[in-house]
Design a protein around this ligand. Structure first.
Ligand code: NAD
Length: 485
């Protein structure tokens, strides 16, 4: 028999540490839950200021992980998290205030209120595409609601994770917020612990695994997932503005964004003009020549070889099947570069129609009548975002009425993401639950209904057994002769 190893394998050590921190947070949860709005605001302020103090480190980390420009990082990472914090600070007192609710006649003599209490110990699993934004924003909501949090960022952005570890350690003790590093196996080990809530941002495929694992403990889940976001540009739209915003959002983060337009359904009368204008905008943003664009400091790289290979396969497959490259098409495996690309005439059987592109490749397809766009969108899983470009109120109303998805921006792209008063999230395949602002706070809270009986002789005591003596009263109630609600 061989001697047992003196040091257990790393994963066993890490799993023991996860359990230790989880139990620590479980013990500490009521201390955190008892904190006042003022104390939570102080924590959020600390996180806000620490983010600013770490700005240079954040910029360097996101450049290393995604080759993203420092200004881009300040807008979509530091800026987004800090505006989420400022919004929470402004509104936290009103969110946490107990809300009185009305009393039905039958409960005369009682008073009722709703108290939003923290769920307890929560798990946040985040993706790589906006590492700071999508890891720290849920933490803002969880902390605002008074929870303890364990967070595991993506294994694909190690530089960003290292900075986040320092930021969080500077703001919170581990019994309040703790970070674990690692990939799927670490996420799986964490999911085995009985968290009260799991907040997951990532792909629908992994979202299903997370929901299954969470169901072992009946933990509630928020699933922020992805999908193929449609953009409709009709014949009444402002083509220049539409092309500008489509090119901007598709180019941002090299299309590695859950709200990026995936495909455009363009009315046949403006289809060619739209394609030409999107191409012109991409040149304006990133350079006139393919070489200039590749050298542009404003174009991110694809996060990992695996994702680069997936995009290259999708692109080659579409072209082989007859798609036309209206713009771009250049790739470089060594630097994981994919040029912003516009494809037209992509045949229906191309693999790129079947999965979320999640890269800088835009598909444009003409339609003749608006009904076609509805049929096209509704034949696919419900998307996260949808963009409508039209100056026809009728067209907009028609599309809104006939489709379902997470959020819609009309005559702009992605703008809904930046309004903290709107719920952000998907439906079915694109997600379950909403986040941002108060919606994020609610996701991490349990709405506890509390009824207080103030009368000595409450009306409900009329309904004690034997029940047959109430037959007449019950009959009148059912017939509406006596109102009881
Ligand atoms: P992913 O699903 O591969 O990974 C997300 C997280 O899950 C990571 O932390 C990863 O380590 C973990 N994970 C991976 N496999 C796992 C497994 N088998 N069990 C448990 N955990 C596992 O997603 P990604 O590639 O990092 O991100 C891209 C996806 O995220 C896209 O689909 C995109 O649309 C979506 N997304 C959605 C939003 C949103 O807010 N709705 C935002 C950004 C990205």
């Amino acid at each position: 028999m061989s001697e047992p190893s003196p040091t257990p394998p790393h994963s066993v050590l890490q799993e023991a540490e996860m359990r230790r921190v989880f139990e620590l947070q479980q013990q500490h949860q009521y201390v955190v839950a008892r904190t006042s709005a003022r104390q939570r605001i102080a924590k959020l302020r600390r996180l806000h200021d620490t983010m600013l103090r770490f700005r240079r480190e954040i910029e360097a980390a996101v450049w290393q992980d995604l080759r993203k420009s420092p200004t881009g990082t300040n807008i979509s990472e530091v800026g987004v998290v800090n505006s989420e914090i400022r919004h929470a600070i402004r509104h936290l007192r009103s969110w946490t205030r107990p809300k009185r609710v009305g009393t039905p006649l039958v409960l005369l003599g009682t008073s009722s209120k709703i108290v939003h209490e923290p769920k307890g110990v929560c798990l946040v699993l985040s993706p790589w595409n906006f590492p700071f934004n999508l890891t720290l924003s849920p933490i803002v909501s969880a902390v605002a609601a008074g929870n303890c949090v364990v967070v595991k960022p993506s294994e694909y952005t190690p530089a960003s994770t290292a900075v986040m570890r320092d930021i969080l350690a500077a703001c919170f003790p581990p019994e309040e917020v703790a970070l674990f590093e690692g990939g799927a196996e670490v996420a799986q080990a964490l999911l085995r612990l009985p968290f009260n809530h799991v907040f997951f941002t990532g792909s629908p495929a992994v979202g299903k695994i997370v929901m299954r694992e969470a169901s072992n403990h009946l933990a509630s889940v928020t699933l922020e997932l992805g999908g193929k976001n449609p953009t409709i540009v009709d014949e009444t739209a402002d083509i220049d503005k539409a092309a500008d915003k489509i090119a901007w959002l598709k180019g941002m983060n090299a299309g590695q964004s859950c709200i990026a337009p995936d495909y455009v359904l363009a009315h046949e009368n403006i289809h060619d003009r739209l394609v030409e204008t999107v191409a012109a905008k991409l040149k304006q943003f990133y350079g006139d020549t393919a070489e200039a664009r590749q050298a542009s400091p404003d174009l991110c790289r694809i996060v990992h070889e695996r994702h680069f290979a997936r995009l290259k396969t999708l692109l080659d497959d579409a072209i082989q099947r007859g798609a036309r490259v209206a713009f771009g098409g250049k790739t470089d495996a060594a630097t994981r570069y994919v040029e912003p690309t516009v494809l037209t005439h992509v045949p229906e059987e191309a693999a790129i129609w079947q999965e979320e592109t999640f890269g800088p490749i835009l598909l444009v397809r003409p339609y003749q009548v608006l009904e076609e766009t509805i049929a096209y969108i509704n034949a696919r899983p419900r998307p996260l975002a949808m963009y409508l470009w039209s100056s026809s109120r009728q067209h907009i109303q028609y599309i809104l009425a006939e489709t379902r998805n997470g959020d819609v921006t009309i005559n702009d792209c992605g703008a809904h993401f930046y309004n903290p008063n709107l719920p952000f999230g998907g439906i079915n395949n694109s997600g379950i639950g909403k986040t941002h602002g108060e919606f994020g706070f609610l996701e991490f809270s349990n709405a506890r209904g509390i009824l207080r009986q103030n009368r000595i002789l409450p009306i409900t005591s009329f309904f004690m057994p034997p029940y047959r003596k109430h037959n007449r009263l019950v009959k009148w109630m059912l017939e509406g002769v006596v109102r009881w609600f």
